[in-house]
Design a protein around this ligand. Structure first.
Ligand code: ATR
Length: 274
């Protein structure tokens, strides 16, 4: 990569963000396409994240991913009226700012890649977690489902998310067993099971035989939930697919090019193994 005074800067903004795999993904795609750009991790520590995010455009930054805990600030910074949370910001040549959310569609693309026949198999969906990622995924899956249950440790957030979705229903955390038993697709969107984070025993024994179990956690690649599902013979999907596909959609929004997702998986597997 030849960095010069004309190189355009892109990045991922969050806190913490030093563990992010997004720079590996985007810099490799930038090199694949010979673009004069660079993608860096920017740890934001600021009491006014909305002002900080808006200021990026005045430095000529053209695009950014935004992650925990600034996805709401990103939507507000761009004045988005149709989005509560955004993971992509884009600035035009005049500094005008737009916000997008590619998490939900990224998840759907990953699911289609991993389980090509999922649309025929899935009628009842259970989304575990009503944070930024859970909301985005629930909204994207809603048109493909008859019913969509949302379970969250803090019930008020499940209620709020369910109220935004036409076929959404909140499920109490104590009722997870029933939720597992009734779903064709279960999507785990919380930090449970992530390396260094707490986990809990999931009632995988309750699952239907044809159920698909997806986890958006990718450290470790096979979470305890996925390991339990796999040993029961269920179809599983790990968290790398969504990471790659939300990034690919971000890249397309910035550069107008859909990058190679298969190459990206090989690169991330190598980075995770290192
Ligand atoms: P993200 O954008 O990754 O979804 P987030 O908006 O901070 O991040 O949401 C984190 C999600 O993980 C929430 O659903 C959170 O549940 P609460 O709303 O009850 O906080 C969930 N979560 C985090 N730690 C958890 C734990 N120990 N047990 C259950 N849920 C947990």
């Amino acid at each position: 990569m030849n960095i010069s005074s004309t190189t355009q800067v892109y990045g991922v903004i969050g806190s913490p963000v030093r563990h992010s795999l997004s720079p590996i993904l985007h810099n490799a795609w930038i090199a694949d396409h010979g673009l004069n750009a660079v993608y860096v991790a920017l740890e934001l520590k600021n009491e006014n994240p909305i002002a900080a995010l808006r200021a990026l455009g005045s430095f000529g930054v053209r695009g950014a991913n935004v992650t925990v805990p600034y996805k709401e600030a990103a939507a507000r910074a761009a004045g988005a009226t149709d989005l509560a949370v955004a993971n992509v910001l884009r600035w035009d040549e005049m500094g005008g700012q737009s916000a997008f959310n590619t998490d939900g569609l990224g998840f759907v693309h990953a699911l289609s890649e991993s389980q090509p026949d999922w649309r025929a198999r899935v009628k009842r969906v259970l989304v575990i977690g009503a944070g930024g990622a859970g909301q985005g995924i629930a909204r994207a899956l809603s048109p493909h489902a008859d019913t969509l249950h949302i379970a969250n440790r803090t019930p008020a957030r499940a209620d709020e998310t369910a109220a935004l979705i036409p076929n959404g229903r909140a499920l109490r955390w104590e009722d997870l067993e029933r939720g597992f038993g009734g779903a064709d697709l279960i999507v785990q969107t919380t930090s449970l099971g992530m390396t260094g984070q707490p986990d809990q025993a999931w009632p995988v024994e309750m699952c239907r035989d044809g159920a698909i179990i997806a986890d958006i956690v990718y450290r470790p690649l096979e979470t305890p939930l996925l390991a339990a599902a796999r040993s029961r013979g269920l179809a599983t999907m790990d968290g790398l697919g969504m990471l790659i596909h939300q990034a690919a959609l971000s890249f397309e929004l910035w550069f107008g090019i859909m990058p190679d997702v298969a190459k990206a998986r090989a690169r991330l597997m190598a980075a995770l193994a290192a």
